[in-house]
Design a protein. Structure first.
Lengths: 303, 303
């Protein structure tokens, strides 16, 4: 999701040609689900103004699930129009964050999600709807977010008939114990509709949180190449979990990821060139794979 | 263990006065076990030549467990002489690493450990002996290290009568699954004599590995302020787990650490000044504590 959550927090606008090269490179490295942008007004996020073009190109790549973020009904209409495979609708569990970010209460967002679902069905569209419960582990504005409130919102959006929900640590407040507690609370209600974790590495716990969620049976994780993204108000602070480090964590444990590490690292180097002046994160690019994970081993692990 | 594992991999020699200030600051921040140096010949590691002086000062701090690394019998004699509370003897599970590092096979090191234990007892000393099984999760020279070999060496050193053993990922090859597997294999043999994990963050998995070990009941972890240390042959690569990030992981989960974060972060800033030109690591220093972990919460968590 570097093309969306990564680039939206970086002031400079990446040219579409570079984004297409990134997308192609990520696909060639083995990625089969990519969040390519966001349908927000271009005046708010000029960095993502070319999302429709990216979706169109991404849809030509065989077997790729193409997702976009949509902040509201209008964005959802565009996602349906361009036949995205999945639209991610954020819903803040923090009342304060929801008001600050979308000028709506969480319950007003739930109502809008119900309208989105109705419009999707009325259009005969097969675009999946995933609701990402953001600030699920706490909020820089509000502080604590009650797990009971997260659970209430998960139930509410499932009642609207969405296809998936995910839990997001938008600000890097989660720890592995919190992750296991919240997933344990939510999974009995959501079942396999909850299969994704979104963790920021702001305080170094991103991969520990991924591991904690993996132990709860979660198998889908958001990440950004070079760990970009995160909070534009904290320059230099770590952002999302780095794609290449996440893939290493999983591959080292024998989990199939389908990623080619050489291509991932080469793509990260390209990205560093495109985003000159921005701080990239992650560790694998510098340390390299262990000599115990040679090409043959990796291929076996990924088979 | 920044004063030992951190400084030994940094070329510049830190003046004794700064080390004493660091030691005092770490103690004031709440640390109650500190590895202050290593009894190796000064011509090999001039950075640690003042270890005896540091031990003498550290022994004046009430309630502090003072540990030193000793690579051989001669070093152990010095640790006993200066009445260190604990001496850490490294034993490489990798045959190749053991030969390269100590010019002895692992079994020759076991024999030396038996001599160290006999000398300690003959001297009526109460200095504890901990054997750190290094390269327990793999080795840059040898590649894979068989868990069975680690287990064999743990048994062998326990037979010599040492007080403790620990498992060390010296080169950053471990992942959480490997950690759980190796501790699960070793704990039934070592019992509570195995209570420490030493993880490098070379490939970003340091804290995930800590969490995995914590789940196995391990409650003692090595760390270096600012994540210094690691491999002198990989400039800029992450080193040991950062003390401040480790303390944050634990405190966030409600585990008592006794650490004062303001003091830890201030000390890290001092360290950055002393080690100007060296790359420090870690994330908490930049992001700060979550607003959900205010002073009152932290005090409660640490109570």
């Amino acid at each position: 999701m570097g093309l969306r959550d990564g680039l939206q927090s970086i002031a400079q606008v990446m040219p579409t040609a570079q984004k297409l090269e990134w997308l192609r490179g990520a696909y060639d490295a083995g990625q089969r689900e990519i969040e390519v942008g966001s349908f927000v007004p271009a005046r708010l996020l000029p960095q993502l103004a070319d999302t429709a073009e990216l979706v169109a190109f991404a849809k030509t790549l065989p077997g790729l699930a193409v997702s976009v973020l949509v902040p509201n009904f209008k964005g959802a209409e565009r996602a349906i129009d361009c036949n995205a495979d999945l639209m991610l609708v954020p819903l803040s569990a923090s009342h304060a964050h929801s008001l600050a970010n979308l000028r709506k209460t969480p319950d007003e967002v739930v109502t809008e999600i119900a309208r989105i679902r109705a419009a999707r069905d009325a259009a005969g569209s097969s675009t999946l709807i995933e609701v990402g419960i953001s600030t699920a582990f706490g909020c820089t504005l509000q502080g604590r977010v009650a797990p009971a409130e997260v659970l209430r919102l998960v139930k509410a959006v499932l009642d609207t008939g969405v296809d998936r929900v995910s839990l997001a640590d938008t600000v890097g407040y989660a720890d592995p114990a919190m992750v296991q507690e919240l997933f344990a609370l939510t999974l009995p209600v959501a079942g396999d509709k909850l299969n994704c974790g979104h963790f920021h590495d702001t305080r170094g716990l991103g991969l520990a949180n991924v591991y904690a969620a993996l132990q709860m049976g979660i198998t889908r994780f958001d990440a950004c190449l070079g760990g970009i993204g995160g909070c534009p108000h904290a320059p230099g602070a770590s952002g999302n979990v780095a794609t290449e480090d996440l893939a290493y964590l999983l591959a080292s444990m024998g989990v199939a990821t389908g990623q080619d590490f050489d291509q991932l690292i080469a793509l990260r180097e390209k990205l560093a060139g495109w985003l000159r002046g921005e701080t990239l994160h992650g560790t694998l690019w510098r340390a390299g794979l262990p000599n115990t994970m040679k090409a043959a081993d990796t291929a076996a692990a990924l088979a």
